[in-house]
Ligand binder design. Structure first.
Ligand code: MLC
Ligand code: AMP
Length: 498
């Protein structure tokens, strides 16, 4: 078996008649049929000019056809670049210009506005709607249901996922077949996933969590996926009856805890609840345990590295800790200037090396170099420490980042948009605690004229940014607190307005 995604996800399932996906309307699709669908699409796109190594930007909504484009990219040897289908035109233009895809798939309502940008770079645009209809799936009956794969080797690029890292514009993290395959193998072993499992999948499929952690581990172990379009609590609770696993962000768990239907009996078929992408409060861990008898297993990952640490399946799951490093992954705490020592633990920058760590940022050798230490460790921007048992605790972040419901929000990006408004002199975006989403962004703004309507500003921001990045509140201030160097002191704003 090689390290390619084809030989791990597709080849073993070519003739597998077991159910792969259970959809919201109850339809079940077998592995074999799903691979046939992906093979037909592969023929179609290849006929239209898709080649091995091409970037395929997929911005269509979560549906089985969008997921099959992931398999299409594996079969054709192209590079899968999934993107939030809700991104605005302005956000989308940046990704197209930076990644230069050969194919772009989006909803038919967006084709007209995006096409001119695609035309400029010779990118073919095709539609695919939430109901699975569009250019991608038209006339598929004319294509063969088997496809001779374009085999890639371990260091070849499999996917491109954008992330902003510490500052500035989003950068395309280049992930190889080896990065993804090695990580999924580790997680399957660690979490005891096998073909008898059914995973509740209510996450988006354009991030590491919902795509690689959830889909790769399930396909590699031949498990079934209850594929839910979004976190619909009724559908999730209904699915507990016949499922065994759930992967979610902490908001899934805080919402479940508030629901009166959650108890031991409704979750008795479940084997494992996993949480990640944002900090899980100790209180949430404890409340969920008291109500269901299940201890949520917390793990820690990133776009650039996939999963790094996890609490164990068997053994102690420590509330507040993200667990121990995965096998073959080396994690160290690098003490940098200003970091504190506690009596027992050294607190500092979390740095990572291993087969999971990405190849670099697309067309950006400078940022790639900055992201690694001289001896090849990836600098995560997360601050933490190990306890005496080797469990990692994340105690802060050395990056201006807000995590809202598991989505990363970069204040700088929002400030750049706010500052473009004609009535704004300057702004500062910061996160405040939120019971549902963990944190949410709010904005402090200094206006040219204090009579300007905030409504105008918020409409302007909403036109430019996807909903989850828009500030939940605007504060109009006469000035922003600054230090002697002129840097805005967000901690003062945070303390005052949280
Ligand atoms: C939705 N809204 C959000 C939001 N999600 N606002 C801020 N932050 C969010 N995360 C907006 C909606 O547009 C809506 O606005 C309002 O908030 C309420 O919407 P909702 O219906 O309650 O939201 P819902 O659709 O239920 O979404 C909440 C959620 C979702 C938590 C289920 O955000 C989600 O699926 N998050 C998962 C993100 C994820 O997969 N992260 C993994 C990154 S990978 P209005 O005004 O219209 O009411 C990674 C690596 C790793 O980090 O380690 O895994
Ligand atoms: P992303 O850029 O979307 O991949 O986000 C990765 C970031 O999410 C990490 O650098 C952490 O800051 C955060 N993160 C992921 N998992 C956890 C977790 N279990 N606890 C705390 N933070 C987490």
């Amino acid at each position: 078996m090689t390290n390619s995604l084809y030989s791990n996800l597709i080849e073993p399932n070519l003739n597998n008649n077991k159910t792969f996906l259970i959809l919201d309307d109850g339809t079940e699709i077998s592995y074999k049929d799903f691979i046939s669908l992906s093979s037909k699409i592969s023929h179609k796109l290849t006929n239209l000019g898709l080649k091995s190594g091409d970037h395929i930007l997929v911005k269509s909504p979560k549906c089985k056809e969008t997921l099959s484009l992931y398999l299409t990219s594996i079969l054709t040897g192209s590079v899968f670049f999934p993107l939030n289908s809700n991104y605005t035109l302005n956000e989308t233009i940046y990704f197209i210009e930076d990644s230069k895809p050969s194919f772009l798939i989006c909803e038919s309502s967006e084709v007209e506005s995006i096409k001119p940008i695609c035309d400029d770079i010779g990118c073919r645009i095709l539609s695919l709607n939430a109901n699975g209809e569009g250019d991608v799936t038209n006339d598929l009956e004319n294509f063969d249901s088997s496809f001779k794969p374009n085999i890639r080797v371990k260091d070849d690029l499999a996917a491109l996922l954008y992330t902003s890292g510490t500052t500035g514009k989003p950068k395309g993290a280049m992930l190889t077949h080896q990065n993804l395959v090695s990580n999924a193998h580790q997680l399957i072993n660690l979490w005891n996933i096998d073909k008898s499992d059914t995973l509740i999948h209510a996450l988006p499929i354009y991030h590491t969590h919902g795509l690689f952690v959830a889909i790769n581990t399930s396909m590699m172990s031949g498990a079934t996926i209850r594929f839910i379009k979004n976190f619909n609590i009724d559908l999730v609770i209904e699915a507990f009856k016949y499922s065994t696993l759930m992967m979610g962000v902490p908001t899934f768990y805080t919402r479940l805890i508030k629901d009166k239907r959650l108890d031991r009996s409704v979750t008795k078929n479940m084997k494992l609840f996993i949480s990640g992408s944002a900090p899980l409060l100790t209180e949430t861990h404890q409340d969920f345990y008291n109500i269901t008898g299940h201890q949520i297993l917390e793990r820690y990952g990133m776009t650039e590295t996939n999963m790094n640490t996890s609490n164990p399946f068997d053994g102690e799951r420590k509330a507040g800790s993200v667990g121990k490093p995965l096998k073959d992954i080396s994690i160290r705490i690098n003490k940098t200037k200003g970091d504190k020592d506690t009596v027992l633990n050294k607190i500092g920058m979390i740095e990572i090396k291993g087969p999971n760590v990405f190849k670099g940022y697309l067309n950006n050798p400078e940022k790639t170099q900055e992201a690694f230490t001289k001896d090849g460790y990836f600098i995560t921007g997360d601050i933490g420490y190990f306890d005496k048992d080797g469990y990692l605790f994340i105690s802060g972040r050395n990056k201006d980042l807000i995590i809202s419901g598991g989505f990363n929000v970069y204040p700088k990006e929002i400030e750049d948009v706010i500052n473009q408004h004609k009535s704004v002199i300057e702004s500062a975006v910061f996160g405040i605690k939120d019971n549902d989403l963990g944190e949410v962004p709010i904005a402090a703004v200094v206006m040219i004229n204090n009579n300007t309507k905030i409504k105008d500003l918020s409409i302007f921001v909403e036109k430019n940014l996807v909903k989850y990045k828009t500030p939940k509140k605007y504060l109009v201030l006469n000035e922003l607190p600054k230090n002697v160097m002129g840097k805005v002191q967000k901690n003062i704003l945070k303390d005052k307005y949280s």
